[in-house]
Design a binder for this molecule. Structure first.
Ligand SMILES: Nc1ncnc2c1ncn2[C@@H]1O[C@H](COP(=O)(O)OP(=O)(O)OP(=O)(O)O)[C@@H](O)[C@H]1O
Length: 210
């Protein structure tokens, strides 16, 4: 199982599609547009932060189970990034320490590998798309999801800035599987066919080395 990671607008969904087509393997997506809790969370993070995370944990585990059928299936987001986002929200006072403890132990419990299981829940490879803060802001604007816009809620600027900074340490500390980084600022795999070929080649090489 190959899993994409990266901040908001990094291009996880697009690279999932490209990679799944390239490998001729199934892709599994987190559907953002039918998530009814996400707009509520953006409106009132204090009230909905914990509920949103429980929703995501449940969805991600569903995806992992579905993806397990194939060694090279591609998932557009890792379950471990949710924890990064939840801890950020908790540090901003949007969740209590009890909620954080319950969340952390639920995640650990869900992801524990069982000795007799035929498939692992942790990925075979994490592919992290690294983009700069400026690129993240441009992509959020370009995509235009109303609840993500800074014009709509100026406090989001600080939230995105903090998220951007935390991703660096998150990626460095990530140890659940082999991992690799793609420079999403330099290699615009959506718009530039040469960059797309280069990214797919880098991923092929990494898979071959596993
Ligand atoms: N665990 C979480 N906690 C809070 N918000 C989350 C969480 N996971 C995702 N989100 C929010 O859901 C939205 C979609 O996030 P995500 O980064 O998964 O997809 P995306 O923006 O479509 O990325 P990409 O362009 O890389 O495919 C964003 O507004 C993000 O902040």
């Amino acid at each position: 199982m190959l899993v994409l990671s990266g901040t908001i607008g990094a291009g996880k969904t697009s690279l999932t599609t490209l990679l799944a087509e390239h490998l001729n393997k199934p892709a599994f997506y987190e559907s953002v547009d039918d998530n009814k809790i996400l707009p509520l969370f953006y409106q009132n993070p204090q009230k909905y932060a914990f509920l949103l995370q429980i929703y995501f944990l449940n969805k991600r585990l569903d995806n992992i189970k579905a993806a397990n059928a194939d060694d090279e299936s591609v998932l557009d987001r890792s379950i471990f990034e949710d924890s990064l986002l939840f801890h950020l929200n908790a540090d901003l006072g949007r969740a209590t320490s009890t909620e954080v403890d319950i969340y952390d132990s639920l995640l650990a419990n869900m992801m524990q590998e069982l000795p007799d299981a035929t498939h692992k829940k942790n990925p075979d490879l994490l592919i992290h798309i690294n983009i700069s803060f400026e690129t993240m802001l441009e992509r959020i604007k370009k995509r235009g999801r109303s609840y993500e816009q800074i014009d709509h809620d100026p406090s989001l600027y600080k939230y995105y800035q903090e998220l951007d900074q935390r991703y660096v340490d998150w990626y460095n500390a990530y140890d659940k599987s082999p991992k690799m980084q793609i420079d999403g600022d330099k290699l615009d795999f959506v718009e530039d066919p040469a960059a797309r070929d280069q990214v797919l080649h880098l991923i092929d090489e990494k898979i071959a080395s596993l």
